[in-house]
Design a protein around this ligand. Structure first.
Ligand code: ZN
Length: 446
């Protein structure tokens, strides 16, 4: 396959008249200065580095006030009630819809932090990796690149208390988890660009013994929810006499394979120490705002040379532009300043490039830069839109991020699969019909 762009964002910067040859899903040749017909602008498509796709079905269901002060923890109680009703078929229908929306938003792949493993009340399905198979099927149907991260969930808190209620669907003994991981590997076997990693859920849900072993379970990425909520910091501090990030830096073999999801609650010393490990900060600005988590220390992180990417997490809204925008806007509101995350590059350009390379690192996926050997995760913008009219270079990315609307991604390729064409995912209609039927049934049952 040959693609041509009047301009493209290459590792060395903006280039004109770029011709890309794609073979077996990978970029095989990049030539600049070759006139031709094709797209106006081609960019590396970032990875969505953190998602729980089933939560896409909860959007709009948790925004009313419950007794007393609504919080992350009341949201979690509703989430547990909701997932008491989800069958494997439901999970597949919801995941497929979420992946269609991710591709249309401009994500070339997704890291699915997958913890809904088991039937209601615990136990296992006949195939312990049934639910992983459903997620893999959704990725196969939509063509979206997948880094699958089966979650290890062992206990209800740092004190080792047993799992209860909704958590029974997440928990696995080490034996069951090993079967699940093997099964997940088999589910991905027909997908050449898929990656298998592991996800110890959080410091509160995984034992210390397991945390010592997670790095060796696969050669792939390791993701963990690290410091989302203040109550979580208090709990870890009381049990282990260190804050979560402080403890992780001192006790885990953190490196570029690790992705620390919601590195929100950090002191300046933790920011600097964590950035130095090479671990990626997995930021989910829309969900973090929705759940009232707090604001990530972006200037401190960038000053320490930290890598980051963005994820849609709860999928309450799936928008690449809005994740990037809110990341910067939360900084502006907190610091009463503008262009907080810009360097010699504009804000939109920095956000795009860092999210693309950081997300790729977190996903263990050779992508994020338009260069030979990388998977062809690419997107073309709808530059005929009045929101982007006449713009070039960095300003185009600034307009996409800060002034854009949904639907500006005209085309998207994931490992060379051309899955968004004319602004629409190629399987959109059929996927939406199944999602609609699933949602009608679920809402009636709630
Ligand atoms: Zn999460």
């Amino acid at each position: 396959m040959i693609l041509h762009a009047a301009q493209a964002l290459l590792p060395e910067g903006w280039a004109k008249d770029v011709r890309l040859r794609v073979e077996k899903g990978r970029i095989a040749e990049v030539t600049t200065g070759v006139p031709g017909q094709g797209h106006d602008v081609i960019l590396p498509a970032p990875v969505n580095l953190h998602s729980h796709t089933f939560q896409r079905a909860m959007g709009g269901l948790t925004e009313a006030r419950t007794a007393g002060q609504d919080s992350f923890w009341t949201w979690r109680a509703l989430m547990y009630r909701f997932l008491d009703r989800l069958s494997p078929e439901d999970v597949q229908a919801i995941a497929t819809q979420a992946m269609v929306e991710m591709a249309e938003a401009g994500f070339g792949a997704v890291c699915e932090f997958h913890y809904l493993h088991h039937p209601v009340g615990g136990g296992t399905y006949a195939d312990p990796a049934e639910m992983s198979g459903r997620v893999a099927a959704a990725a196969q149907e939509t063509g979206l690149g997948l880094t699958h991260l089966p979650v290890i969930y062992e206990q209800g808190g740092v004190d080792g208390r047993v799992l209860a209620g909704g958590q029974l669907r997440f928990g696995s003994s080490p034996d069951v988890y090993n079967q699940l991981l093997d099964g997940a590997g088999r589910a991905l076997s027909g997908m050449p660009d898929a990656v298998l990693g592991v996800a110890p859920h959080s410091l509160r849900a995984v034992s210390r013994g397991t945390l010592d072993r997670v790095g060796g379970m696969t050669g792939g990425p390791v993701h963990i929810h690290i410091a989302e909520q203040v109550a979580e910091v208090t709990e870890v501090l009381a049990a282990w006499r260190a804050r979560p990030v402080e403890w992780a830096v001192a006790n885990l073999p953190l490196d570029a394979r690790w992705c620390m999801i919601h590195a929100t609650q950090m002191t300046p010393a933790e920011v600097a120490a964590l950035a130095r490990t090479g671990a990626v900060a997995g930021l989910c600005p829309i969900t973090e705002a929705n759940l009232g988590d707090g604001v990530f220390d972006a200037p401190g992180w960038l000053a320490a040379g930290g890598a980051f990417g963005v994820g849609t997490d709860s999928n309450v809204r799936i928008s690449l532009a809005e994740e990037l925008r809110l990341l910067e806007y939360s900084q502006r509101l907190a610091l009463k300043a503008r262009a907080v995350m810009a360097d010699t590059r504009s804000t939109g350009r920095l956000l795009w490039e860092e999210a693309a390379t950081g997300g790729a690192r977190a996903a263990g996926r050779g992508t994020g830069r338009i260069e030979v050997g990388q998977w062809a995760d690419l997107l073309a913008l709808e530059t005929g839109d009045l929101r982007l009219e006449g713009l070039r270079g960095d300003q185009l990315l600034d307009a996409f991020t800060f002034a854009g609307r949904d639907g500006l991604v005209a085309d998207l390729w994931s490992a060379g699969r051309h899955i968004v064409q004319g602004g629409r995912h190629i399987a959109r209609e059929g996927v939406a019909a199944r999602f609609r039927a699933t949602m009608h049934r679920l809402r009636a049952a709630l």
